[in-house]
Design a protein around this ligand. Structure first.
Ligand SMILES: [Zn+2]
Length: 84
């Protein structure tokens, strides 16, 4: 059992919890030399990881099914607005 962090309702026993993303932040990942290792036969080869930019989760909440659905719809609308 858990308490939904969006509506503060206590769940019924056995009710599934869903983790929803409340906030994301843009982030950059630096390149890492020789981070990827691959073997072909007996020879090991390493490749550089180019790094890049993306989004990481800044805040997460445990939600009941109804709130999770609502939050998902909200996030989809937000993503459309941002063009992600
Ligand atoms: Zn809820």
């Amino acid at each position: 059992m858990y308490r939904c962090q969006l509506c503060n309702r206590v769940s019924r026993p056995g009710e599934r919890a869903t983790k929803v993303v409340m906030e994301r932040r843009p982030t950059e990942y630096p390149s890492r030399g020789k981070a990827q290792r691959a073997r072909s036969g007996r020879r090991a080869k390493s490749h550089d990881d180019p790094g890049g930019a993306g989004y990481e989760i800044a805040r997460e909440a445990i939600a009941c099914a109804a709130c999770a659905e609502e939050q998902l719809a909200k996030e989809a609308a937000q993503a459309d607005a941002l063009g992600i």
